[in-house]
Design a protein around this ligand. Structure first.
Ligand code: APR
Length: 317
């Protein structure tokens, strides 16, 4: 069986990390595209030269010709600009809107059958724009945010409880921004929900509230520390988990930004909800029951995303 082909649009910090992880996991061959073709080609060559040492077989190439992505099975988009200190994700809207148009055109022309994962921020509106402009079916275009947000939540919860990250599950919904909705009721240690752990004296409500706030600001905390650019290791790992579920038809249940068509009472925009990712792309959207407070938080998050979509439309790009 021929190897799968994975195209990375954007060969910056996340793009380079993606290529390295995909190689190490032997998910397929990698083509990197960037407006700076030399950066894409250089990173591809560098990673390929690590393959004899680490013992993986993966062909990597890079450049600035969209024709090279032809026939890709998976495309991961990070093209655009990252945040700098003091910026919110939404501040990137104008800068990255034009980029999405170019990327959508390239995908439409050369790889219309691919499963596309968008990472570029502001995520929920960028993935919507990518789907609309490329014309690819909505079940084949998804946004990476929830896997990352819940990984941050899991990290902090595992630290708080002093248990393995492997035994912590977390549930984060809504837009990828300050209004994201971490659901503690559905977050567990080995199946025990966080509210029960509070009752068992493992932690306090105040500590959980602080962890929820830190999760919502998880990206901003890293932007502030790095001073130039934003997080890239955990975002890349999160997108690779989504790509792997598609390529291996694992049918993992992962929180992803997807187009809602009536689910959760919402229509025609992308926002983060749990979905099943398998060989058909988004195979199922999981609808959970909300408490009134959770519903209010989810609606607020959706309103923030819808406003950004309207702002995007006004740009006329
Ligand atoms: N087409 C292709 N590549 C582009 C384009 C374009 N039109 N415009 C910019 N790029 C490339 C840049 O040359 C750069 O190599 O996108 C890459 C982005 O890389 P970084 O600046 O290192 O940003 P990164 O940290 O990888 O984040 C990328 O993901 O999480 C989001 O907020 C983040 O929007 C940002 C994106």
């Amino acid at each position: 069986m021929a190897r799968k082909k994975i195209a990375l649009i954007g060969a910056g910090n996340i793009g380079g990390t993606l290529a390295h992880l995909i190689g190490l996991k032997e998910l397929g061959d990698v083509v990197m595209f960037d407006v700076f073709g030399g950066v894409a080609a250089g990173k591809a060559l560098d990673i390929m030269q690590s393959s004899p040492v680490d013992g993986f077989d993966c062909k990597l190439s890079g450049g600035s010709d969209y024709a090279a992505i032809a026939g890709a099975d998976v495309i991961i988009v990070t093209a655009g600009f990252p945040r700098m200190p003091g910026m919110s994700r939404d501040d990137l809207l104008t800068k990255n809107a034009g980029v999405m148009g170019q990327v959508a055109e390239g995908i439409k022309q050369y790889a219309p059958d691919a499963f596309v994962i968008c990472i570029t921020n502001p995520l929920d509106v960028m993935v919507w724009a990518l789907q609309q402009k490329s014309g690819l079916p909505a079940n084949k275009v998804v946004g990476m945010a929830g896997v990352l947000d819940s990984a941050r939540f899991r990290t902090f919860l595992a630290e708080e409880f002093n248990v393995s990250v492997e035994d912590v599950t977390a549930f984060v919904l809504g837009g990828h921004g300050d209004t994201m909705v971490p659901l503690t009721r559905y977050s567990t240690v080995a199946g025990i929900p966080v509210p029960d752990l509070i009752k068992m004296g493992w932690t306090t409500q105040e500590k959980i509230d602080a962890i929820v706030a830190r999760t919502a600001n998880g990206g901003g905390e890293i932007v502030k520390l790095l001073e130039k650019g934003s997080a890239f290791y955990a975002p890349a790992a999160s997108a690779v988990a989504m790509a792997e579920s598609y390529l291996k038809d694992k049918k993992r249940v992962l929180p992803c930004a997807v187009m809602l068509n009536g689910e959760y009472g919402m229509n025609d925009f992308y926002v983060g909800v749990p979905v099943v990712i398998g060989e058909k792309g988004v195979e199922r959207i999981v609808e959970v029951e909300f408490t009134p407070e959770e519903k209010a938080a989810f609606d607020k998050s959706c309103d923030a995303v819808k406003k950004l979509v309207e702002d995007f439309k006004k740009l006329g790009v």
